[in-house]
Design a protein around this ligand. Structure first.
Ligand SMILES: *Cc1c(COP(=O)(O)O)cnc(C)c1O
Length: 391
């Protein structure tokens, strides 16, 4: 019998030969571990890991390429990717706080972020102090000595309130408080957060950065010294992004600006079409003159974003009928994708909120949120107008 040593061939033949292929796109490096040519290189990794590779929970070349793109888009020294937006927020907060510290938490942030702070961080001795959206800079200026970080979002969900980011960042810096901004709704296209002075900007890359509803991820960007602290937490907690998902993110980001500019235009057109409609109580969109933060939005944002909300007169019954009559626009949560999506806050993001809490958030039982996609703007507007006939 002609015995071939297939085990060795199967493992090693062909490996590494494609490394120098001049591919136009970043390869997906699925490897969990990397070769060192010798002990000197293995030891060198310990001194200078940048540009070297050890193990993919620590760093991965495809993920690193996504991180470099995010850092470039945000004008940051460094960025990190995570397996979800919540993983990015978790690592950022764990890196910023210790037992006995206080976290100033804006009262309109993403619901899961509030639960992370209250249900998890408080168990580890972090005091969570809710602060009102309208007084973030004042709250930072008057913060107690133990306050170490302030976490906020702009524009907010679902009424798209716009925060004076520069004023909040300055107030935080004066008191030695880290300013942490979740800018998922703005995306780097509409808001350059770090240029306005915040210490760290976070994104759910699940939304606009990927933009195709086929990726779950998160990111944080800022000065290297701060990002390195978050990286240390990521190494220990294990929330690094998967390399295949990093590829989806890289590909999505290539069209980020084109997509968001189009979504800005479509959302403004839809907002104008809905405003003044006899069955609509109000419309919230930052670039509408009627928005409470319109002047600030025009100064600070390149566009109003792809999300708007409005209230159907008569409350839950009528808004549910509008929701159910949508044809093109999908009844689905999330935002920032190529498909237009509609969701009703009182049966999704704000399901646990009392009427008083809804009032604080500026919404009511007739509110519906729309995330516009890349369909023809006329088709999106027409779908909403026909659905409103059912209200
Ligand atoms: C979706 C979202 C998150 C959470 O991100 P995941 O990727 O779902 O973990 C955080 N903040 C905001 C503003 C979001 O919209």
């Amino acid at each position: 019998m002609n015995q071939k040593r297939l085990g060795t061939l199967a493992v090693h033949a062909g490996e590494g030969e494609t490394l120098a292929v001049p591919s136009t796109t970043t390869p997906v490096y699925l490897a969990t571990t990397y070769r060192f040519p010798d002990a000197a290189e293995a030891a060198a990794y310990l001194e200078e890991p940048e540009g070297r590779w050890l193990y993919s929970r620590l760093e991965n070349p495809t993920v690193r390429a996504a991180e470099k793109k995010i850092a470039a888009l945000e004008g940051a020294e460094a960025a990190l990717c995570f397996s979800s937006g919540m993983a990015a927020i978790t690592a950022t907060l764990l890196a910023s706080l210790r037992a006995g510290d206080a976290l100033l938490l804006c009262d309109t942030v993403y619901g899961q972020t509030t639960r992370l702070a209250r249900d998890v961080l408080e168990r580890f001795g972090v005091e969570v102090r809710p602060v009102p959206l309208s007084g973030l800079a004042e709250a930072a200026a008057a913060a107690p000595a133990g306050a170490k970080a302030l976490l906020f979002e702009t524009p907010t969900n679902p009424t798209l309130r716009v925060v004076d980011v520069a004023a909040v960042a300055v107030a935080c810096r004066r008191r030695g408080i880290l300013s942490l901004l979740d800018a998922t709704f703005a995306s780097p296209v509409n808001l350059q957060s770090l240029a306005l002075g915040v210490d760290l900007v976070m994104h759910s890359t699940t939304k606009f950065l990927n933009g195709h509803s086929d990726h779950l991820g998160g990111a944080v960007a800022g000065r290297r010294e701060l990002v390195d602290r978050v990286a240390a937490v990521r190494r220990s907690t294990g929330g690094n992004l998967d390399p295949a998902a990093a590829y989806d993110l890289i590909r999505g980001m290539k069209t980020l600006e084109v997509r968001v500019l189009r979504q800005n235009d479509t959302a403004l057109r839809l907002a104008r079409a809905l405003e003044g409609h006899p069955k609509v109580a109000w419309v919230r969109y930052p670039f509408l003159e009627s928005h409470p933060d319109h002047a600030l939005a025009r100064l600070q944002l390149r566009g109003g974003g792809g999300v708007l909300s409005f209230s159907v007169k008569g409350g839950y019954g009528p808004v549910a009928r509008v929701h159910d009559a949508l044809g093109l626009v999908a009844r689905a949560s999330s935002l920032g994708g190529v498909e237009s999506l509609a969701s009703i806050p009182v049966i999704s993001s704000h399901r646990h909120a009392s009427d008083a809490e809804l009032a604080i958030q500026g919404i009511d039982r007739g509110t519906i949120r729309i995330s516009v996609g890349l369909e023809d703007p006329d088709d999106v507007v027409a779908d909403l107008l026909q659905a409103l006939e059912q209200a």
